[in-house]
Design a protein around this ligand. Sequence first.
Ligand code: SF4
Length: 83
Amino acid sequence: MIKIVTILQGHVNEILGINKELMRERTKACLKCDYSLKKGVYTGVCQKDKGGCGCRVKAKASLTEQVCPKGVWEGNTINYDKL
Ligand code: SF4
């Protein structure tokens, strides 16, 4: 489980555009994922009931140390074959 401080940091990053390019690349993959609740171009939530982490994807993806629960992204690597 992610700590509240980490969740807040992710949302601050999202609002301020910190790690924007990393977030963009990661969420591009999330848009193709069946765990993601999609709303237009917004990737929404990684749905827990489907096996995801329950996080808001943009906020989580802005945190360099966080990883996708499905192994799709980690660091700067995107594994499209795991989608
Ligand atoms: S499982 Fe990974 S790729 Fe899929 S929505 Fe969640 S964070 Fe994104």
